[in-house]
Write a protein that binds this ligand. Structure first.
Ligand code: NCD
Length: 303
């Protein structure tokens, strides 16, 4: 157990396994109110999100409510951040008020690490720039293991705006550690050659990427991180790299569909693919709550 969860890259296999096992134990508490306990009573958690979020922020706040913690959200747009207060001063202020865990999302790579170095409380990275999104990769691995029984030897194809994706990076680190094979696919302008060094296969050909895949994960084109659109148009992107029923006919019939959300239906994946019987998109969301229960317990025990 460790005090913080900052990235999958620095996480031991044993820690990943421990969190996945804790999430399995926590899973019944997500839907069944009577199974919930007060294990995070007297724990104060604060979400500090400098970037938009639906799933990550809300699932941490709900876990806080479900397990008796006292969750609060600092609304950045109405906070003193707008008066020029720094990240470190903001974090120290939250810690001084008695916050035990800060969950941070920030546009800058390394923001969560910087905060963790400077505050006395635990820090969980809810996404730092294009770097890492560890709790997303943990919930993705949990969902794949639940559906396939194992992560060892499975083939995962991740298709989309790889270069900007902290989800892709954290999944590559995690899945490789757990013995899975990862292929990253997208237009050359959206691929990050660096990931080959971590053992991922890189290709521009979506058909090749998905043909042996057990899991096909779509990623959003992150226009907010692209200074100029990296493809001629989103229509052309979806025609060449989007996953639709025709593209899916080249995959194995049992291939599972995943997406971290938010989806731009019809761009990276069509509605009929996202809503197909093999889609695990809402399993991911529900499992995200269980995994974040585990993450909060893990950092509290790691203190
Ligand atoms: C992702 C993110 O914020 O990194 N969303 C999420 O947390 N589920 C992916 C995205 O924004 O496209």
């Amino acid at each position: 157990m460790k005090r913080d969860i900052l990235g999958i890259r620095e996480m031991d296999i044993e820690d990943i396994k421990a969190i996945l096992a804790m999430a399995k134990a926590a899973q019944p508490k997500v839907a069944d109110k009577s199974k919930r306990d007060k294990s995070l009573e007297n724990t104060s958690i604060t979400t500090l999100f400098y970037e938009n979020s639906t799933r990550t922020k809300l699932s941490f706040l709900l876990v806080g409510e479900y397990l008796g913690a006292m969750p609060s959200d600092l609304n950045i747009s109405t906070s003193s951040v707008n008066k020029g207060e720094t990240l470190i001063d903001t974090g120290k202020t939250l810690a001084a008020m008695g916050t035990n865990v800060i969950i941070i999302r920030h546009g800058m790579t390394g923001a969560a690490h910087l905060l963790a170095k400077n505050v006395g409380c635990s820090v969980i990275n809810g996404g730092d720039g294009s770097n890492e999104h560890p709790t997303q990769a943990l919930l993705d691995m949990f969902t794949m293991e639940e559906a396939l029984g194992t992560l060892k030897g499975i083939n995962v194809a991740i298709v989309g705006d790889i270069a900007n994706s902290r989800v892709a990076r954290s999944n590559v680190f995690g899945l490789q550690k757990m013995g899975a094979r990862v292929t990253l696919a997208g237009p050359a302008t959206m691929l990050s050659g660096g990931m080959a060094a971590f053992g991922a296969t890189i290709t521009n050909n979506v058909k090749d990427a998905i043909k042996d895949a057990d899991v096909i994960m779509g990623l959003r084109v992150q226009l907010e991180r692209q200074r100029a659109l990296k493809v001629p148009s989103l229509l052309e992107y979806s025609q060449a790299f989007g996953v639709d029923d025709e593209m899916l006919s080249h995959a194995k019939p049992h291939a599972l569909i995943m997406h971290p959300g938010p989806t731009n239906r019809g761009v990276e994946m069509t509605a009929s693919v996202l809503d197909s019987k093999n889609s695990l998109v809402y399993n991911q969301v529900a499992n995200g709550v269980a995994v974040r229960m585990a993450c909060l317990k893990y950092v509290m025990e790691g203190r």
